[in-house]
Write a protein that binds this ligand. Structure first.
Ligand code: SAM
Length: 295
């Protein structure tokens, strides 16, 4: 096999221009991530690093660029996304984790300063496991139950847990919060041991708005992970109406919300005996997380 020895930047420069031309925000980083995946390197390549690349690898890289040019996000091409402190594997059933969701992790950490506390945590709608597994990484004595309707998401969640050495502190519940008595069924699985913390980043986009989202989102994130029903609030109604029966009296609930949903979600929670104690903004100054207490 013949290899070409070349500087990364010289190699990717023409592809950067093509991506820039169609309005891609970070064409240089995208090219380096795609080249890193092509060469199966562990560390993201730098611009001025020398590489050896074969004809087959060049073909593979060009194919990745073609996919990127057609609007596929890099995370979907390489099936990976970094979140909090880890690299998560994704599949077609999982939401591509968003950096805004790191606000939820920060908020939990602020409220639980003792990292060695034994906490029983529930992650409702866990997707790739990015939230619950990040918390397991921060709280080494805690356990997380991952609750998810999509079996395929749970599979990749488990794989991520295994890769991070967190499988022994994880539990997997394939269930649906739209099913009657989902809370009671969960308590049976949990031997009636209630949770200290419940976290959730549920689907919260009103159905009609999904078609107006960016192509990268509406065509590549699964509908089930986006669809919040007619008003965007369906999941909050299912979750918040039952959470009191699965959380300890002094437990804390942390939910991510969509832009402008704070009043409506607070009101749903209030109707079910929950008190909104804190509103937390994300890096774009949008209220992203609400922390509730049991009244
Ligand atoms: C917005 S995604 C969040 C995924 C992940 N927690 C994250 O932050 O990236 C919502 C998740 O809820 C799951 N989900 C949707 N409806 C559900 C239901 N009725 N019961 C359980 N999980 C559901 C979806 O499959 C999806 O993984």
């Amino acid at each position: 096999m013949t290899f070409k020895k070349i500087d990364v930047y010289t190699f990717i420069k023409p592809e950067i221009s093509k991506l820039r031309h169609i309005g891609v925000e970070n064409p240089n980083l995208d090219c380096r991530l795609l080249l890193t995946k092509t060469l199966e390197k562990r560390e993201t390549l730098y611009n001025h690093q020398n590489i050896n690349i074969s004809q087959n690898e060049i073909k593979k890289f060009k194919n990745f660029i073609k996919q990127r040019l057609s609007g596929k996000p890099v995370s979907r091409i390489i099936n990976r996304r970094s979140f909090w402190k880890k690299e998560f594997q994704l599949n077609e059933a999982t939401l591509d984790p968003r950096s805004d969701s790191e606000t939820l992790i920060e908020t939990v950490i602020e409220h639980f300063p003792d990292k060695f506390q034994i906490l029983k945590i529930l992650d409702l709608g866990s997707g790739s496991g990015c939230l619950g597994l990040s918390l397991l990484g921060e709280f080494p004595c805690s356990e997380v139950s991952f609750f998810e309707k999509s079996k395929k998401s749970l599979e990749i969640n488990k794989k991520n847990a295994q890769n991070f050495g967190l499988l022994d502190r994880s539990k997997y519940v394939n269930s649906d919060w739209e099913v009657r008595n989902w809370d009671k069924k969960l308590m049976i699985i949990e031997n009636n041991m209630k949770f200290d913390i419940v976290i959730s980043n549920p689907p919260y986009i009103p159905t009609d708005e999904i078609k107006t989202l960016k192509k990268e989102v509406k065509e590549h994130d699964p509908f089930i992970a986006l669809n919040g029903g007619l008003d965007g609030l369906k999941a909050y109604k299912c979750i918040l109406s039952k959470v009191r029966s699965i959380i300890k009296p002094d437990g804390k609930i942390f939910v991510e919300i969509g832009k402008g949903q704070e009043k409506l979600v607070t009101s749903i929670a209030k109707d079910h005996g929950l008190l909104a104690k804190e509103y937390v903004k994300d890096l774009s100054s949008i209220t992203r997380v609400i922390m509730f207490l049991v009244k």
